[in-house]
Design a protein around this ligand. Structure first.
Ligand code: GRF
Length: 201
């Protein structure tokens, strides 16, 4: 299985995914990393592992659809089976979703459908929930609404800052995302309506 990871920032989830492929926790390879940010550390991580790293500048494209079409060309050329969003800060256009139906995953740092969109960790903290967590889901045309693959809860403590809570969530993400990707690779996920069925044996 050929994986592509799209990332805008630090790329700690990308790193966890690369490590999982090296350890054989994921039976697949990350063959392409794409970023919309020139300085994304995720691109450096890819280069360190001899993975093709591409920066596409959104300013060079007239519309979101044009940008996504350029990304799609790259993904198709490389024969990508699964597109993994890891801290990718752009909303995908329908053109993108239609090009990879049921083959785009995202991770979000809250228990969806609570606290979607930007700043999920801060939103949870501000609301005062005692439990938050992270969600791996398939991507559809709306923000953080696609069928949920895996979720895991994380406690919220009274003295948590956004940073401390995000750190706790991150460490769960680094385990949960590779697990969800491997379930996909093994063909163990089917989608019925907006529900994912996991076929574990
Ligand atoms: C993660 O918390 C993920 O849930 C969210 O963006 C963050 C990316 O972190 N979508 P990193 O770049 O993988 O370190």
């Amino acid at each position: 299985m050929k994986l592509a990871v799209l990332a805008s920032g630090y790329g700690s989830n990308l790193q966890a995914i690369i490590d999982a492929t090296k350890r054989g926790v994921i039976d697949g390879r990350v063959v392409l990393v794409i970023s919309d940010q020139r300085d994304a550390y995720a691109l450096k991580r890819a280069e360190k592992h001899q993975i093709e790293a591409r920066y596409l500048n959104p300013k060079n494209y007239a519309s979101r659809e044009d940008y996504d079409s350029a990304v799609i060309v790259l993904l198709k050329e490389r024969g990508i089976d699964l597109v993994v969003l890891a801290g990718y800060m752009r909303l995908l256009s329908p053109v993108f979703i239609d090009a990879f139906p049921g083959r785009i995953m995202n991770i979000h740092p809250s228990l969806l459908p609570s606290f979607p969109g930007l700043g999920g960790v801060g939103q949870a903290l501000k609301y005062g929930v005692k439990v938050s967590g992270c969600t791996v889901h398939f991507v559809d045309e709306n923000l953080d609404t696609g069928p949920i693959i895996l979720q895991e809860a994380v406690p919220v403590y009274d003295d948590d800052t956004e940073e401390s809570l995000h750190q706790r969530i991150h460490s769960v993400e680094h385990r949960l995302y590779p697990k969800a990707i491997q379930l996909f690779v093994q063909g163990k996920i089917s989608i019925e309506g907006r529900k994912c069925i996991i076929h574990e044996r």
